[in-house]
Write a protein that binds this ligand. Structure first.
Ligand code: ATP
Length: 209
């Protein structure tokens, strides 16, 4: 079975993340790991600490076994580079197909990632459609990706790495930025987050004013 890995800050994880991760599992017939980053190299520090974000993810993933939490980046010190994580996973998984899942907005920035061209040597890239993300890519990224595009999930199965597949998932315009804003303003974003997060008031406390 293909192993797909969905990295992100997950500050906090929301129903947009869970829904697209689940659809990717279905489309790729894959096990999906959600892999939170500890110190994202590209952006401001998360509002919630690594243990707080992991606790939210654990609660969010309850009741199913297809999406699982992988805390390896939280357990490592220093910046989380995707390429290092992928090399580690490759060493563990042998020739199993690996797919790094990324939202279309994040994919458009790929050429700014550390050792980005090497990513294709270690994994496939699965690009999740996201409302508001432009389909146009910067020239050097388009150039790298052009010969790698495949349409069918079956085209990834026999190959460990190297291709790019667009995954047309149900568009959900939910972002963690908006959820943090609502919580900080004292509002209740109940149906944008997994219901279980509201059963324990300590889980979302880091985001409340
Ligand atoms: P923030 O608003 O803090 O930037 P976010 O909601 O974009 O957060 P991240 O943790 O930064 O969430 O995203 C992790 C990954 O999930 C990224 O690849 C991002 O593109 C993708 N993603 C997040 N929300 C969605 C969504 N609603 N639809 C598709 N992809 C998404």
């Amino acid at each position: 079975m293909t192993l797909a890995i969905f990295g992100g800050t997950f500050d906090p994880v929301h129903l947009g993340h869970l829904s697209v991760a689940w659809e990717a599992a279905e489309l790729l017939d894959a096990e999906v790991r959600l892999l939170p980053a500890s110190v994202p190299p590209h952006r401001a520090a998360p509002v919630a600490s690594a243990p707080q974000r992991a606790a939210i993810l654990r609660e969010a993933l309850k009741g199913q076994s297809r999406l699982v939490l992988d805390t390896r980046e939280l357990d490592r010190s220093g910046p989380s580079y995707t390429i290092d994580t992928l090399h580690e996973l490759r060493a563990e998984q042998g020739d199993r197909p690996l797919v790094w899942l990324v939202g279309a907005d994040a994919f458009a920035q790929l050429a700014s990632w550390h050792r980005w061209r090497e990513l294709f040597e270690v994994a496939h890239l699965g690009v999740l459609s996201r409302p508001g993300a432009s389909a146009a890519l910067p020239e050097e990224l388009e150039h790298e990706v052009a010969g790698r595009r495949v349409v069918a999930a079956a085209d990834l199965r026999g190959l460990p790495a190297g291709n790019v597949i667009e995954l047309a998932v149900t568009p959900l315009e939910i972002s963690a930025t908006r959820i943090r804003g609502l919580l900080a303003a004292g509002r209740d974003p109940r149906y944008l987050l997994p219901a279980g997060l509201f059963n324990d008031s300590s889980l979302l406390a880091p985001y409340r004013a």
